[in-house]
Ligand binder design. Sequence first.
Ligand code: 8IG
Length: 283
Amino acid sequence: MTEQSRPATGAPDLTDPATDPFEVARAAAAVIAERTGAERHDVALVLGSGWGQTGDLIGETLATIDNADVPGFGKAAVAGHSGTMRSVAIGDTGRRALVYGTRTHFYEGKGVRAVVHAVRTAAAAGCSTIVLTNGCGGLNPAWAPGTPVLIRDHINLTAHSPIEGANFVDLTDLYSPRLRDIARSVDAALDEGVYVQFRGPHYETPAEVQMAKVLGGDLVGMSTTLEAIAARQAGLEVLGISLVTNLAAGISDQPLSHDEVLEAGQAAAERCGRLLAAVVASL
Ligand code: 8IG
């Protein structure tokens, strides 16, 4: 393709080592600013499995952008995820939330840069806080499907990092104790746990779930940890919230299905939406 015939957006190749991912993030942020009319956004939210409906409760959507129109972003790969991002008014505070309707998962094979691009774009768009949500399997049988759980810490089993080069980022308190306190002030019943990211896209075997338990894990999923690391590198304060959509394999005798995930999300949408809205309003 010649320089001239290349589309203006969506074109940069994050897998090319010559591409600077932070430069692409700045280009993406510029498109977002132009399309939303907002010079900056304050808080970013990534809506994972089961969280799709919750963005609406935060406030009025002022602009919706197709991911395909923003440099470095692609189409949604997961059923039930929306391939758009939205600029949402946070109540009447004058502040804006950048709400991502989907994420790129590591298992898609597009590389770690693609996985964390939304996070870097949020930072470039001016956000100081990011809320990472996901749907996951729970190891604690007391967490019925539809239970939101705060992420206290993580174990990254992908054997990858979003950070390139000799850049030793401190991950102590990666999941902000301050933001977890705020979340608990909204919903005092919230438990917290250690999130273990597997590569996926298959769910775990029961033996792998037991391994996660021995390692100190409480939640198993296929996202979030790489994004959280990139967020810390970018200076963002991170809140992680998992929605337990199923008991992890072998914890119950039920087989796992994506339909179950979507159902649990529907059922929990109201509680999760109110939680997100209240948290974002009190940041
Ligand atoms: I939703 O049980 C959802 N995502 N790895 N295991 C893993 N990812 C998940 C699960 C689960 N449920």
